[in-house]
Write a protein that binds this ligand. Sequence first.
Ligand code: GDP
Ligand code: MG
Length: 245
Amino acid sequence: MTSKVELVSVVIPTLNEAGNILEAVTNIEKDLAYPKEIIVVDGNSTDGTIEIVKDTSFCKLIIEPRRGYGIALKAGMKNAKGNIIVMVDGDGTYEVRHINRLLSRMIEKDADMVLATRMYDPNKAMGLMNFVGNKVITFFYDFFYSQFLSDTQSGFRAISHEAIDSVELKEGDMAFATEMLVQFAKEGYNIVEIPTTYKARKYGKTKLKKFKSGIEIFSTIFRGLLDADTIRTCQKHWKENRLKR
Ligand SMILES: Nc1nc2c(ncn2[C@@H]2O[C@H](COP(=O)(O)OP(=O)(O)O)[C@@H](O)[C@H]2O)c(=O)[nH]1
Ligand SMILES: [Mg+2]
């Protein structure tokens, strides 16, 4: 339950995003209308990302040399002081200007997590493989965990700090984002979405290893079902949360 935005900790993982990071953090600094801290968690980039972040006066920089998207986000969240955490990629693909909308929706819907969904984006910038993979993952997740999400792989989210601290997250790489959804559904936390737009990467390469991540994500979904009562518990929570949607 999130009734008030006191401080927003924006956590941004970066690995060689020198051509993207400045625009992303500048837009957040300019547009985010709530008290904030911007935490960049860098994986020892070698392309100048670290220097660019250091040159801004408003970003906190954490170096997390261990590889992995989940490991980086966890390091950032551990240092976050806000009652709300926003996670977003540092690659300039998400429309960070929509950050205020995520927060308003969080309050309006009494949500524990707001996902920015890219599925209603008129630009259709997501690659075909990612789109199809995402749709299949989302179908299975929604089906087993009693949710109606459209974009489980969105990396742009507002999350209640208290809620995320209450669940155990072990995945170190891209499956971290799905594990979070699995645990939130099991706990009965209210997860809602808001549409956003998406852009193709202008600089650098994706670190997503599609096959490896696909397997890890599906294992995360199915592992969550090993507790005998998961499906029934999630159905019950879905009914309880229905008035909030
Ligand atoms: N610190 C850190 N950041 C990472 C790592 N892997 C990916 N990232 C960052 O996490 C975000 C998402 O990764 P990206 O390659 O864009 O994945 P995609 O959005 O699935 O294509 C980007 O900002 C990356 O720079 C890592 O091992 N360490
Ligand atoms: Mg990306």
